[in-house]
Design a binder for this molecule. Structure first.
Ligand SMILES: Nc1ncnc2c1ncn2[C@@H]1O[C@H](COP(=O)(O)OP(=O)(O)OP(=O)(O)O)[C@@H](O)[C@H]1O
Ligand SMILES: [Mg+2]
Length: 388
């Protein structure tokens, strides 16, 4: 019989940000012993993990030695030393999702080749080794404005993405191996989180809409469920299910999509881990993305993904004033609003646009939740502490 959740199971999580913290909160409900690896002793998960190990997710020895401490190893970020994960796997340690899947997703070029090989619609792309090669492509006419450059590895929260509208923007080109994509005329961005266990059971969470803050390049609001047509939502769920099945992924996979102005559904990118777009699942859905990830990696039956109540999530971001010890304003007033659930990640220091927490607003209608979300966004501010 497999060792189940109540039998002293040791779960290792690589990196200790808010995603690890929320994963630990779920794991602790089942008495799982949690281990976290992070360079930063003050990271959000450090205090609530059963064991905190200081070390880098990008260092072979740190990851390899950490993996040997636990029964099952997972991660909350994509930037992990892959060879260390592969070595652990080759020695019989459990790593989920599989390191080969992470390797495929870590490189946006390989990820997109995979979609194209399997007939999954996405924006056409071409790989380039350097910014000089891209400039040559522009001169020769093989690249036309507007286009989007994405570095193949290491990008997150829009860092690693450059939108080049016209000639004056070429100074923004990033000097790394990258892919060039056609600029899609996006009418909406949505996300579907798919889940799968080793038995091959697959379930998707309802599709949510992601509204971006153009200044922060971060998600400003998540609307659950999204207002896309039923046909578009079904297509997105179908593609997300196909991808997770093709990858034979154990755990969860967040798939971001573009809905184009002509109504097409295109895959943008996927992440094999809990995702910012899945935070509404904590209160809005019967099973949260974090519980579902545990169910997936532990080969347990997947939980119900049925909607309990519609919701809107807003990130609590560090204000533009600068860096310093975080001081919050407007939390009490926000809590007085019906349906407001506040999550603070426990980061001591704020800096501009740092994700400090999030708020989910539950309501019987998305419209009402949106109105309340705007009030919450006006009320809550995070500022660096200053001596008077
Ligand atoms: N081909 C495209 N056409 C138009 N807009 C795009 C295109 N590719 C990306 N974008 C815009 O840039 C944003 C960031 O791109 P992408 O999701 O690939 O990068 P990322 O840094 O991995 O993002 P994150 O970590 O925020 O998910 C997208 O959400 C979208 O708004
Ligand atoms: Mg993205």
């Amino acid at each position: 019989m497999e060792r189940l959740v109540t039998s002293n199971l040791k779960l290792g999580i690589i990196a200790g940000g808010q995603l690890a913290k929320m994963l630990i909160q779920e794991a602790s409900k089942w008495g799982i012993i949690t281990y976290v690896l992070d360079n930063d002793g003050h990271c959000p998960a450090a205090k609530i993990a059963s064991h905190f190990i200081q070390g880098s997710n990008l260092d072979f020895d740190c990851v390899y030695e950490f993996g040997k401490l636990v029964d099952i190893l997972t991660f909350e970020i994509e930037h992990v030393h892959i060879d260390a994960l592969k070595k652990l796997k080759s020695e019989g340690y459990r790593v989920a999702p599989d390191p080969e899947i992470l390797a495929l997703i870590q490189d946006k070029g390989i990820q997109k080749e995979f979609y194209i090989a399997h007939g999954i619609p996405c924006a056409p792309f071409t790989p380039f080794e350097s910014a000089e090669d891209i400039l040559r492509g522009i001169d020769e006419g093989s690249i036309r404005y507007p286009f989007v450059q994405k570095i193949r590895k290491g990008g997150y929260d829009g860092r690693g993405v450059a939108v080049i509208h016209r000639e004056e923007d070429v100074g923004k080109l990033l000097p790394f191996p990258s892919i060039i994509e056609e600029k899609v005329n996006v009418s909406k961005e949505i996300s579907v989180i798919a889940s799968r266990n080793r038995k091959g059971e697959v379930k998707c969470f309802p599709c949510v809409e992601m509204v971006f803050d153009p200044d922060a390049n971060l998600v400003d609001k998540i609307i659950c469920p999204s207002s896309v047509s039923r046909e578009q939502a079904e297509k997105a769920e179908l593609f997300a299910s196909r991808i997770i099945e093709l990858l034979k992924l154990e755990g969860i996979l967040a798939v971001e999509f573009f809905i184009t102005e002509t109504g097409e559904v295109l895959v943008n990118e996927a992440a094999p881990r809990p995702h910012n777009s899945g935070h509404t699942t904590i209160e809005s859905i019967i099973t949260s993305q974090f519980e579902q990830h545990l169910r997936g990696i532990l080969n347990l039956p997947l939980g119900s993904t049925r909607l309990k109540l519609p919701s809107v999530m807003v990130n609590i971001l560090g204000g533009p004033e600068g860096e310093g010890p975080a001081v919050y304003e407007g939390l009490t007033e926000s809590m007085a609003i019906d349906g407001v659930k506040i999550h603070l990640y426990g980061k001591k220091m704020t800096k501009p646009y740092r994700k400090m927490g999030h708020v989910t607003i539950l309501s019987s209608s998305v419209e009402d939740a949106l109105r309340k979300a705007e009030t919450v966004q006006r009320l809550i501010k995070v500022k660096p502490w200053k001596k008077n």
